[in-house]
Design a binder for this molecule. Structure first.
Ligand SMILES: Cc1cc2nc3c(=O)[nH]c(=O)nc-3n(C[C@H](O)[C@H](O)[C@H](O)COP(=O)(O)O)c2cc1C
Ligand code: SF4
Length: 414
């Protein structure tokens, strides 16, 4: 495993100081022209780490082109995904990498304001960033112009991290997505073109600016270059670690101390992700492009080993209930669709199915996709569809025999 973002002191030691950060990595390179920095990020091939995997350089170019020197950059550290911890670990242990990336983004897109958007439950992260901002104010050596930063803490919620919800919360204190277009890069915070970028994506930029695109591309073993933070659950050693993209699920299982039950399913990406069977999973490279091609998702970098003992139906029913409860309940697919899915899943899981529950779930897993204002319904139904596929025997047994084929309980709690 290559440590880049997490090289240096152990994350358990807490926030790295500005002095420690500078001693280890040096200052940011001097002022450089925007096109050069964006070109470097493009050449590195950096993909966003907030879930969708969009090319970072392309997004910066688009905001820079519209902003005419008055953009806003919002660093997204909401991390509402229940299984993910990587962003809070990064913010709490390497706050200056995130702030370096934020400064570089502001310079490259031409921003006069920046926002640190940090989930209110991530207390260590918030404290680390507040201290880091104070350290930088007292010891300014950055060659980049100073841009004011506002720290905003949205309420604990899955949906508050969606980019239009983040902009909406900063603008009027309402963490619900808005209808798009206009998208934040067109009209966002204060009506200005706004770059919304995940905090891990920004931290990678801080290293690319120092060491270059070729250096960035030296890591990575499959199609996508670089390293990524992942959150691993379900083994003897759960936690956050940095992997070379392309590391296989099997290798990660070994690291996490997952007993060698190669057949047990794995949830990749998080509650918006996909469940894949162990037989497929173990050889699967954790690479956003290859995963997409395989019909799965890297998402928020979650790798949850579900184990043989977990009931896939009960696990899925809990996730569906969480997602239905987390939606902003303002579009039809969420208000009616996700609640209906959660209720039918719960009935099947608890041995009280209606006659047509399973066939309706199969229909909903296809028909609700693409109909909400945000991707909440799509992400949820993609997970449902993968569960119906991988745990087909369990769903059928619950529906027709009113019990779990294996008498198992849930693994992933919401
Ligand atoms: C329901 C929902 C929740 C999201 N939550 C987060 C989040 O907590 N953090 C995050 O960085 N991106 C989140 N996203 C993705 C953001 O909308 C946006 O794409 C991302 O912050 C852009 O950064 P990136 O390009 O660096 O990935 C979420 C998306 C959806 C649909
Ligand atoms: S699709 Fe759901 S979560 Fe997204 S905006 Fe509509 S109601 Fe809200």
């Amino acid at each position: 495993m290559t440590a880049r973002l997490l090289s240096g002191p152990s994350t358990a030691a807490g926030a790295e100081s500005l002095a420690g950060h500078r001693a280890r990595l040096g200052d940011l390179p001097g002022r450089t022209d925007r096109a050069h920095l964006i070109g470097m990020i493009d050449a590195a091939g950096l993909l966003g780490r907030g879930g969708a995997g969009f090319p970072v350089g392309r997004k910066w170019a688009s905001v820079a082109g519209r902003a005419k020197g008055d953009a806003v950059v919002l660093a997204n550290g909401a991390e509402g995904e229940p299984l993910a911890h990587k962003d809070r670990v990064l913010m709490a242990s390497r706050p200056h990498l995130v702030l370096d990336g934020l400064e570089l983004a502001a310079e490259a897109v031409g921003a006069r304001r920046t926002v640190l958007y940090v989930g209110s439950e991530h207390v260590d992260a918030r404290i680390a960033l507040e201290r880091a901002l104070a350290e930088r104010a007292a010891n300014r050596t950055s060659p980049l112009p100073r841009v004011p930063t506002m720290l905003v803490t949205p309420p604990v919620s899955y949906i508050a991290g969606e980019e239009s919800a983040a902009v909406h919360f900063v603008n009027i204190g309402d963490p619900r997505p808005t209808t798009v277009p206009p998208r934040p890069y067109e009209k966002g915070v204060g009506g200005r073109p706004t770059l919304v970028q995940n905090v891990e994506s920004l931290a990678h930029v801080a290293l690319i600016a120092r060491y270059g695109a070729d250096w960035y591309r030296e890591a990575g073993r499959a199609e996508t270059c670089g390293t990524a933070l992942v959150t691993v659950t379900g083994g003897a050693r759960p936690g956050v670690l940095e992997i070379d993209l392309g590391t296989t699920v099997g290798e990660l299982a070994e690291w996490a101390g997952v007993s060698a039950s190669v057949g047990s399913p794995v949830l990749l990406g998080g509650y918006f992700g996909t469940i894949i069977s162990g037989a497929e999973a173990w050889r699967q490279p954790l690479d956003p492009v290859l995963l997409r091609r395989a019909g799965a998702a890297f998402g928020a970098g979650v790798v949850a080993f579900l184990g043989d003992e977990a009931c896939g139906v009960t696990t899925t029913a809990r996730i569906m209930d969480y997602m239905a409860g987390s939606s902003a309940a303002q579009c039809g697919p969420c208000v009616f669709g996700l609640r209906a899915i959660a209720d039918a899943s719960a009935r099947i899981a608890t041995g009280q199915p209606r006659q047509d529950d399973l066939s309706r779930l199969r229909g909903w897993s296809q028909s609700i996709t693409g109909r909400g204002a945000c991707r909440m319904p799509d992400g949820t139904t993609a997970l449902l569809a993968s569960s119906l596929r991988v745990y087909d025997a369990d769903w059928t047994s619950h529906q027709h025999h009113r019990r779990c084929a294996m008498r198992r309980g849930a693994r992933v709690g919401a």
